[in-house]
Design a protein around this ligand. Sequence first.
Ligand code: MG
Length: 257
Amino acid sequence: MSVIIKTPSEIEKLREGGKHLAMVLAEAAALVRPGISAMELEELAQKRIKEMGDTPAFLGYKPAGHRTPYPAALIVSVNNVVVHGIPTAKIILKEGDVVSLDLGIKHDGLFTDHAVTVPVGDVAKDKAKLIQVTRESLAVALEAIVPGARTGDIGHAVESFAKKAGKYGVVKALAGHGVGRAIHEDPYIPNYGRKGTGELLVPGMVVAIEPMLTLGSDEVIEGSDGYSMKTVDGSCAAHFEHTILITETGYEILTLV
Ligand code: MG
């Protein structure tokens, strides 16, 4: 485990990049409506990233264990797809869907990572609540980041909040991570855990915190496209993610407009 402490100049670039990323993702999320295709969201993301002078982080990225690189800038995960959904023209969003958009960019050599989940038109009450609880679980995770906190405190905060909120599955196979010089760095930050355990969070660390909750099982399986991760029981999922800087007093969210 080798955690990277970012320099002040790197942190400044991560702040700029985080702001760009939050702007692009907010624009993509604002386009979500019944009838739009995942490919249209992808095209918007690619266009805006280019206009800002940045580079998509996921396009062409080949994670360990994958035979082919990820083919898009944006990740579009609909309903039972938790994460890593590949946007295509065939995926047309429809009223009642729940769509997670996950995007990473490289700005001036440094990476940031950000995700939101939005409803498509009117969605069923349980799905709207899932989105709300997942968004709140990210806020609760961030509140756990106080001086001396460890990665286990974040996981504990997410898991205990989700369990208190209802019968939600907390996805175990995927986790938050360090980010900055690469899109995935140490430490590994699961959305479950015990207080006071795991890696110590030190000022200057930059991490992506990303709870993923479902309306059913906490287990996922890989889809036939080799990338998408789906709930084993077909239940709906939601995902929120911010890139944050660990500070002397707590944290600073970098992926904000
Ligand atoms: Mg991430």
